[in-house]
Design a protein around this ligand. Structure first.
Ligand code: KG4
Ligand code: ZN
Length: 342
């Protein structure tokens, strides 16, 4: 059989994404983001995101058809994110996918958002030919995954026990008076600072946590430490050195992310690491993951930024793998699951 032609729809958070792929070839990649509408709230408002998905869904589908020069009637299957994510947001994508599946008599595949974040790398760097590990870091998730088969065999090795990595960036940016989403601003401001200036805590790295939380993360203590530092400086009447605070915070996050991920690769005999999610754009993370992975003989694969953040191409990419393996489609009463496990 030739490579499956799949339409993918993503709506789990604030991006309405539609992608079309044939196997590992990217044919269309259209994304509408509602991030601007959330700026004044300092974070994603589920109700606002859902309404924005409703408004953006049809135009984004049409944009994708135009890019690929084809129509939904041409595809072999329709894939959609059914979790994890915001329920109301997921419902919009799933409802759209069901409508298209019924109207055009196409099989429907409800897929996992985290698996899709990993699968998208195949559009850029080719099919995985062995077990890989993945570090997913965004505003909504922080996971280390072990991927034996992208379509059917993924194990979550670790996750955050409180805030997601991107969420920590956003909260600390706010403390420093930087706009939402704060990650890119911290990244920029930190370039002028000294990452060793302030010794911020590295969550869940103490010996007592080594067993239970070997691959897990915690960023809320770090955020509180930054907050205490800022308040202390203000009380002392001192000017806050935002660059040093940003750089020291960023180093603390990146140190733990990279240390635990490389440890997971070593423990599981993995020599290929995929990094995805919005925080994968972070310059310091890229630098440190490359250095530490290289030192451990691990090849790092990071898709281009537009494929790291939420998009429909990643869902289509996973859909193509699932279809190629002859997996049975989902039923038309496919539910959404805001905390769907991998
Ligand atoms: O994947 P994404 O676009 O959306 C989801 O959260 O699913 O990720 C957005 C997150 C935000 O928290 C944002 O602050 C963070 O990724 N981010 C960054 C950078 N660019 C985006 N964090 C650190 N450094 C960056 N350069
Ligand atoms: Zn995501």
């Amino acid at each position: 059989m030739s490579e499956p032609l799949v339409l993918g729809i993503e709506s789990s958070c604030d991006e309405t994404g539609v992608g079309i792929v044939r196997g590992t070839e990217l044919l269309a990649h259209a994304v509408a983001s509602s991030v601007e509408e959330h700026v004044r709230f300092g974070g994603v408002v589920p109700e606002v995101a859902s309404r924005a998905h409703l408004e953006a869904m049809v135009p984004t589908l049409e944009q994708a058809y135009a890019q690929a020069g084809l129509d939904v009637s041409d595809v072999d299957a329709i894939a959609v994110t059914c979790g994890p994510g915001l329920s109301g947001a997921l419902l919009v994508g799933v409802a759209a996918a069901k409508a298209l599946a019924v109207a055009h008599d196409k099989p429907l595949y409800g897929l996992n958002h985290l698996a899709a974040h990993v699968a998208v790398d195949q559009l850029e760097h080719g099919r995985f030919d062995r077990r890989v590990a993945a570090l997913l870091v965004s505003g909504g998730h922080t996971e280390i995954l072990l991927v034996d088969d992208i379509a059917s065999d993924i194990t979550m090795l670790g996750t955050t026990i409180d805030d997601a990595a991107g969420e920590a960036f956003d909260k600390v940016a706010r403390l420093l008076g930087l706009p939402y989403p704060g990650g890119p601003h911290i990244d920029r401001v930190a370039r002028e600072g000294d990452g060793t200036a302030i010794a911020f805590p590295r969550g869940l790295t103490a010996a007592k946590d080594a067993e239970r939380y070997r691959y897990d993360f915690s960023f809320s203590g770090l955020k509180s430490a930054v907050s205490r530092h800022v308040q202390h400086e203000q009380r002392m009447g001192r000017q806050i050195d935002a660059a040093d605070v940003a750089a020291s915070f960023q180093d603390a996050v990146v140190d733990v992310l990279t240390r635990k991920t490389v440890q997971a690769c070593r423990d599981h005999d993995v020599d290929t690491l995929v990094v995805g999610g919005g925080v994968a754009a972070n310059g310091r993370l890229r630098e440190m993951v490359l250095a530490r992975a290289e030192a451990a003989g691990i090849e790092v694969r990071i898709p281009r930024p537009g494929l790291c953040t939420d998009n429909g191409a990643m869902v289509a990419a996973l859909g193509a793998e699932v279809v190629a393996r002859g997996v049975a489609p989902s039923s038309l009463d496919l539910p959404v699951d805001s905390s769907l496990p991998v």
